[in-house]
Design a protein around this ligand. Structure first.
Ligand code: NAP
Length: 457
């Protein structure tokens, strides 16, 4: 398993995958750790989770440099990602006990209540695009609930994967409460099937989700899937166009265009289509592309050459299907995995740029005849992760929000995750929720406890 710098294409680290006996030993050790961890108090877990937050904040610069080297994240974005992980740790340290508190329910019993008990060893299969945030938003609630975590991270970010285990160890968590397993995707199946692994969560592509869910289903194990998206941003005639363009540009280019909740389809009603497109292309052309470690650059290489080539193939296919290449679309003559911010106009259903997720800096602009047509186009997708809506009419926004098939609708704002709000999708974007009180309840045994009324003698 190799770490290759996306800018230079130099390999700078390699890791031997763990062999089967090592994996077996670590799963058994994780289960052993669970037997002690499940009995700890929320206060004890919270103290350790706050310590993890402190370790993260102290090591932010170093961890951001690791992300820049392994998957090309711009340094300032890496520092922000680590800060968000630390905030998530604090959030669950503060709230887990409240979210999972016993709930008394009046029945014919003398006393009946619902308790949320931990499940045990939970496997997390994670992607490289937010190598810390994706993991912490699973780990903070799961560990606070009393579960223990096994991480199978993406093969190109082994350094980040090991750093995360190290952070929990430095914070003082007992050994094996959080364990990184260096294994390739092809070796996930026996881990899911392992009798001591109780559930699995995967953040990644729809095909990987389908495979993991199938295996988990055949073992009758719970799964949570956070998969791809092709988020629609609807721009209506009464939108603040400057805000819409600025937000739509930012959301498409976040993390080099490699975010599940990046805006991907821009559905614009005809009266403002021409002006929106002109300003959008202008903004894309002004983006400064550079090395992840260059403070002046707003844009960086993609994470891997194969991913860049896949994006380019999708662009070429869309153009062959009739989409208009308005800017970008040419691979630059650089060694790194660079792809220029690219805008496609005249995109319609049936074209690759409409039907598939493009996981790179490519915007698809789609014309809508009116509001109803815009909603229909937004929903005409296999995906349903995020969405956004630009209008100055609040009542209209609320009405439209309820008609969109997605896990969230942001009005006049960029779609983002927030520890206080549930995050997840519908359709091929997956199922289950992360974050907030909903996320922490995914991997618990919701248990009924019933005390019979004292019998009359
Ligand atoms: P990916 O290829 O699906 O990889 C994600 C993880 O799954 C990696 O750890 C990978 O391991 C593993 N994996 C791949 N195929 C597998 C299989 N058949 N069985 C078990 N594990 C498997 O996705 P990616 O290219 O890294 O990430 C991009 C995708 O993730 C996009 O579709 C994006 O939208 C989605 N994503 C979704 C969210 C969300 O919250 N909804 C967040 C971020 C990303 P290897 O690296 O060893 O192959």
């Amino acid at each position: 398993m190799q770490s290759v710098n996306p800018h230079s294409q130099q390999q700078f680290a390699s890791y031997d995958p763990y062999d089967d006996s090592q994996v077996e030993r670590l799963i058994t050790a994780a289960d052993g750790a669970f037997q002690g961890w499940r009995g700890t108090s929320f206060a004890a877990r919270a103290a350790l989770m706050r310590a993890a937050a402190r370790v993260l904040r102290r090591r932010a610069e170093e961890l951001a440099a690791l992300m820049a080297a392994e998957m090309g994240k711009v340094l300032k974005d890496g520092v922000a990602e680590i800060g968000k992980c630390a905030d998530c740790c604090d959030f669950y340290a503060d709230n887990a006990e409240k979210f999972l508190a016993d709930r008394r329910i009046a029945t014919d019993a003398a006393h009946s209540y619902v308790a949320c008990d931990p499940l045990g060893v939970i496997l997390a299969v994670m992607p490289w695009n937010f190598p810390f945030w994706q993991v912490f938003r699973f780990a903070a609630p799961s560990l606070m609930a009393g579960n223990v975590g096994l991480l199978k991270h993406a093969s190109n970010v082994c350094g980040c994967a090991l750093a995360i285990q190290d952070i929990f160890e430095q914070a003082g968590f007992p050994p094996h409460v959080f364990t990184t397993l260096l294994v390739e995707g092809s070796r996930v199946e026996p881990i899911i099937r392992h009798r001591l692994v109780r559930a699995v969560t995967l953040t990644g592509s729809t095909p990987a989700g389908r495979s993991v869910a199938g295996i988990a289903g055949s073992e009758l194990k719970k799964s949570v899937l956070e998969l791809g998206g092709s988020d629609a941003y609807i721009v209506l005639e009464d939108a603040d166009l400057a805000l819409a363009v600025q937000t739509c540009v930012k959301s498409r280019l976040v993390n080099g265009g490699q975010s599940c909740i990046a805006a991907k389809r821009f559905i614009v009603v005809r009266p403002v289509l021409e002006e929106f497109t002109r300003r959008y292309v202008e903004a894309f052309n002004a983006v400064r592309i550079g090395e992840p470690t260059d403070a002046q650059s707003d844009f960086r290489p993609m994470a891997r050459l194969d991913l860049r080539d896949e994006v380019h193939a999708q662009v070429c296919k869309s153009v062959a299907q009739g989409a208009l290449l308005l800017t970008g679309g040419t691979i630059p003559d650089l060694p790194g995995a660079y792809y220029p911010p690219t805008v496609l106009g005249g995109v319609r259903p049936g074209m690759t740029a409409f039907d598939e997720e493009i996981f790179g800096p490519v915007a698809a602009i789609i014309a809508a005849d009116d509001e109803a047509h815009a909603i229909a186009l937004a929903n005409r997708s296999d995906f349903g992760l995020g969405s956004a809506l630009f209008t100055s009419d609040k009542a209209k926004a609320d009405r439209i929000a309820r008609q969109i098939d997605a896990g969230c609708v942001f009005v006049n704002a960029l779609v983002k995750s927030d520890a206080r709000l549930p995050f997840g999708g519908v359709k091929h974007s997956g199922y289950g929720r992360e974050l907030s009180s909903f996320g922490i309840q995914e991997f618990v045994n919701i248990k009924t406890v019933y005390h019979a009324a004292a019998s009359k003698t």
